[in-house]
Design a protein around this ligand. Structure first.
Ligand SMILES: C[S@@+](CC[C@H](N)C(=O)[O-])C[C@H]1O[C@@H](n2cnc3c(N)ncnc32)[C@H](O)[C@@H]1O
Length: 272
């Protein structure tokens, strides 16, 4: 094995985060999509705020679709508030984990690759939400819009990167980026999601700067190497943990090492 740091991205064992292979590796190791590092947060976290946005829109007559539901934790939490709740994900072992929990007849999980279309009738759902899953409202797509009834809601949580000083402290782990600029990043996200061509109306993007405290030095590495193979992680721990410990102890507060995660909460509606 070559050094895991000098050319990390070219390392033969490196799996591109958020690729199909990366999700399959996570599913094989844990059976779920859950962060394995230890940390605490300032409230409200992005996920708390996303839950609040969903709670404000869900009702007993709502048919809800969760796109890229992972192992279903989020949908399990909200399914009881809706008339019907469906979670879809392309990774079969995540769906198997979701289906092992007790389900109501109105509550189901299906293995679906959204790139191959959605197995639902036109206008079936009142709300389509996605917590960090695929965005279905591009100019060339339309499947997301198709399955939502006129006036129905789109709710999406998108991760926009981690920094808050972390990148400067660990330049050999993270590529440095310019300081966060809210206006520029809003424009970037609107372009990236092709919002102007999405066919949606009443679009809003909320920027959430979530503060997280990584509990231990090893959590810096666990966060960075989330989804990588055990062999690569073990090599990295051997090579780098001592160096990370030194920086961590110099900069950590009593709650841990403070980092900032940027998220975007995107809301919109299908026009009548
Ligand atoms: C970042 S994870 C989020 C999982 C879950 N929503 C959560 O918040 O814990 C993104 C999810 O989208 C799923 N996904 C990615 N591409 C997909 C596709 N083409 N069709 C369906 N699901 C997909 C992945 O398998 C993964 O479970």
């Amino acid at each position: 094995m070559t050094s895991s740091f000098s050319n990390r991205m070219q390392h033969t064992d490196w799996i591109e985060p958020h690729s199909r292979a990366w999700y399959e590796q996570l599913a094989g190791e844990y059976g779920e999509y859950a962060y394995p590092w230890k940390s605490e947060f300032d409230e409200p976290t992005a996920e708390t705020m996303f839950g609040q946005r969903l709670e404000a829109r869900i009702g007993e007559h709502t048919r809800l679709l969760d796109v890229g539901c992972g192992h279903g934790d989020f949908l399990h939490r909200w399914a009881g508030h809706a008339m019907e709740a469906v979670g879809i994900d392309v990774v079969e072992p995540f769906i198997a984990t979701a289906n092992r929990r007790r389900l109501q007849p109105s509550h189901r999980f299906l293995t679906v690759d959204v790139n191959e279309g959605l197995p639902f009738e036109d206008g079936y759902f009142d709300m389509v939400s996605s917590k960090k899953g695929p965005w279905l409202y591009r100019k060339s797509g339309g499947e997301g819009r198709r399955v939502i009834k006129p006036g129905g809601t789109v709710l999406h949580l998108m991760h926009g990167g981690t920094d808050g000083g972390l990148r400067a402290l660990f330049p050999d782990l993270y590529t440095p980026v310019p300081p966060f600029d809210k206006q520029r990043s809003l424009q970037h996200v609107a372009k990236q999601l092709e919002l102007a061509e999405s066919g949606l109306t009443d679009m809003e993007i909320e920027v959430v700067e979530e503060v997280e405290y990584l509990s231990r030095p090893i959590d810096v590495l666990i966060k960075k190497y989330f989804g990588q193979s055990r062999a690569l992680r073990e090599q990295v721990w051997r090579e780098r943990l001592a160096g990370v410990e030194e920086v961590f102890h110099k900069h950590a507060t009593a709650r841990g090492l403070q980092v900032t995660n940027v998220y975007y909460i995107v809301t919109g509606r299908v026009p009548f």
